[in-house]
Design a protein around this ligand. Structure first.
Ligand SMILES: [Zn+2]
Length: 126
């Protein structure tokens, strides 16, 4: 079983998780983000000392490394096709969940993700 791709921002106390290769999830304050799903464990950060990896057993592992932070990228506005592709991949991912996972309750993070996706989609249409 593949390890989950999760990180916790110690600045804003947000846990982010990337489920799919094209799924970039940023924390509330923008200090950290994860991408790549379980295929590639990509991490984006501003202050590495304020981020921990969240292991599958929920233990927190400090991130070591002397790499320079990735240069801040300007926000990229996704196209309608990219948004629809992301929604399509999410639908497929949900359809492949085992029945016990389908019965798990939806969290406010899930609801927020849906609202952000809808907001991006309708903003694109204007
Ligand atoms: Zn943060």
């Amino acid at each position: 079983m593949k390890k989950r791709n999760r990180a916790k921002c110690l600045k804003c106390d947000t846990i982010v998780e990337s489920l799919l290769p094209a799924d970039l999830q940023m924390c509330k304050c923008g200090n950290c983000g994860v991408e790549g799903g379980t295929e590639a464990y990509k991490l984006i950060w501003e202050d590495l000392s304020k981020i921990v990896r969240l292991e599958d057993d929920n233990t927190e592992t400090p991130i070591k490394g002397d790499a320079e932070p990735a240069p801040a990228m300007p926000p990229v506005k996704p196209s309608r096709k990219e948004i629809m592709d992301t929604i399509g991949m999410s639908i497929k991912a949900f359809e492949n969940l085992p029945p016990n996972a389908m019965m798990a309750p939806v969290t406010h993070y899930d609801f927020l993700s849906l609202l952000i996706t809808m907001h991006a989609l309708f903003a694109e249409e204007q």
